[in-house]
Write a protein that binds this ligand. Structure first.
Ligand code: CA
Length: 396
C-alpha cells in the first residue's frame, strides 16, 4: 500500500499524526495515519512502550514525554521506509475506510481562549458599537475560560441543537437555540502534566504539549448572550465541542513555526515569547459543501506558548489529556472570519449558499467541516485532517 512515501501527500512521512481506531468487534487502540492507511502501532512499536498503544486513548503514550514521542516517531519512519521490512509493515496497515475513528484523547481539563485580535474586535464592534472594540485587558493577557471536557467529542458526532433560555420581549423564553453557530479553532493537547503551584514558562511549551487538533467550538449565540453577563460562557458553549481525530505532533510542524505578530504593548515578563511558537496553519470552513471562509492561524495575536504560560501562571497544574483551544480564528479579510456571527455580521449580511439559500446561523441538516494544513519541509504539505458535524434537531 502506497502511503505517500518521500514526503508526498498531506499524510506522508513528514506528518504521521496519532489517533485511536477500532475494527468491528475489537477494542480501540492507537494508530498512526499514513496516506490513506492506518498503521496499527502496537505490533510494530509495542515493546518500546508496553501498554501504551493498546489503550483506548493516546493518554498513556502522551504521558511518556517528548523523548518517547520522538523515539516512536523516528522508529516508525525508519520502519516505513525500510524496504526489507515492507512485508512486515504491510501486514499492519489498515485501509482508512475500514476503521472506526474514536476521540483520540481522554480529555482532562478543557480551556478555551480568545486569542484572535480580529475575532475579538469583530465581536466588540457587533455587540458594543459605541465602545473600543477590545477591552482594556485584551493586549495584556490571553483571555480564556475553563470549559466542559466531558462534551468534547470526535469529528462526526451529531450536533444536537441545544435548548435553553434566551432573551424575549417580555423576559426570558425557553426553547431550542435559534442562533446556533460554529467557531473555527486550533486545539493543543497536553501530554506531560505539571505540579500544582509551579507555573509552566513559555520556554517549556514543547516539554508539555504533544500536538495539535482542529476544533469546532459550537456556540448557541442567543443562549450565550442572555446568560454570560457578567461571568462568561456557560450553557451557550458546553453542549458540544468537536475535535479532529488525528493529533498532529508538534515535531511535524517545525516548518510551520512563525514568530507570531508583534505585540504592543510588550507583555509582562512571564508572557514574553522566546522561541517562535506561532504556527502558519491554513484553515478552511465548509458549510453544506461550500467554502465560506479561510482563516489564517499564523497571525493569531497570542501564541500557544503564551496561552500555556498564562493558564498555569497562578499555579494551576496541567494533566495529561488537557486540551486548550485558541479561540475563534479570524483573519483581517471578510472571507477569513471564523464564525457565522462574524461572516453574517450578526445576521445583517447573511452568507449566500450556492443553492440560493442564505445563512445567518446554522439550520437543521447543515453540515460544517473545518479542515486545515500546514507547510512541511521541502514543499510538502502537512494535513491537519478535518472536524465535521451535522446539525440535528433538538432533543425534546
Ligand atoms: Ca470559542
Amino acid at each position: 500500500m502506497e502511503g505517500g512515501a518521500e514526503g508526498g501527500g498531506p499524510f506522508g512521512l513528514h506528518n504521521l499524526p496519532w489517533g485511536v481506531f477500532s475494527l468491528p468487534g475489537e477494542a480501540p487502540r492507537v494508530g498512526v495515519r499514513w496516506g490513506e492507511a492506518v498503521v496499527d502501532v502496537e505490533p510494530l512499536l509495542g515493546e518500546m512502550a508496553p501498554g501504551a498503544f493498546t489503550a483506548g486513548s493516546l493518554n498513556p503514550f502522551m504521558a511518556l514525554g517528548p523523548s518517547a514521542w520522538h523515539e516512536a516517531r523516528s522508529r516508525l519512519i525508519d520502519l516505513l521506509i525500510d524496504a526489507r521490512r515492507a512485508d512486515e509493515v504491510a501486514a499492519h496497515l489498515l485501509p482508512l475506510d475500514r476503521v472506526h475513528l474514536h476521540l483520540p484523547v481522554e480529555v482532562a481539563d478543557y480551556v478555551d481562549f480568545y486569542c484572535s485580535e480580529e475575532h475579538a474586535s469583530n465581536l466588540g464592534r457587533i455587540f458594543r458599537p459605541d465602545e473600543e472594540p477590545l477591552k482594556p485587558n485584551w493586549r495584556h493577557l490571553p483571555v480564556g475560560y475553563h470549559g466542559r471536557s466531558g462534551t468534547v467529542a470526535v469529528s462526526g458526532t451529531p450536533v444536537r441543537r441545544p435548548c435553553g433560555q434566551r432573551r424575549g420581549a417580555d423576559g426570558p423564553v425557553f426553547g431550542p437555540s435559534a442562533r446556533l453557530d460554529l467557531e473555527v479553532e486550533v486545539g493543543f493537547v497536553v501530554g506531560v502534566g505539571s505540579e500544582m503551584g509551579r507555573p509552566v514558562p513559555v520556554s517549556a511549551f514543547a516539554d508539555h504539549v504533544f500536538g495539535v487538533v482542529l476544533v469546532n467550538d459550537w456556540s448557541a449565540r442567543d443562549i450565550q448572550a442572555w446568560e454570560y453577563v457578567p461571568l462568561g460562557p456557560f450553557l451557550g458553549k458546553s453542549f458540544l465541542t468537536s475535535i479532529s481525530p488525528w493529533v498532529v505532533p508538534l515535531e511535524a510542524l517545525g516548518t510551520a513555526r512563525v514568530p507570531g505578530p508583534p505585540q504592543d504593548p510588550e507583555p509582562l515578563a512571564y508572557l514574553r515569547r522566546g522561541e517562535p511558537w506561532g504556527l502558519d496553519l491554513h484553515l478552511e470552513v465548509e458549510l453544506c459543501g461550500q467554502v465560506v471562509s479561510r482563516p489564517p492561524f499564523g497571525g493569531l495575536y497570542w501564541t500557544p506558548d503564551q496561552m500555556l504560560a498564562h493558564m498555569t501562571v497562578n499555579g494551576a497544574s496541567l494533566r495529561t489529556g488537557d486540551l486548550f483551544a485558541s479561540g475563534t480564528v479570524s483573519g483581517p479579510a471578510a472571507d477569513q472570519r471564523g464564525s457565522l456571527i462574524e461572516l453574517s455580521w450578526n445576521g445583517a449580511q447573511p452568507v449566500r449558499l450556492a443553492d440560493g439559500s442564505r445563512r445567518s446561523f446554522l439550520e437543521d441538516g447543515d453540515t460544517v467541516t473545518i479542515s486545515g494544513s500546514a507547510p512541511g519541509p521541502d514543499g510538502a504539505v502537512i494535513g491537519l485532517g478535518s472536524v465535521t458535524g451535522r446539525v440535528e434537531g433538538h432533543s425534546s
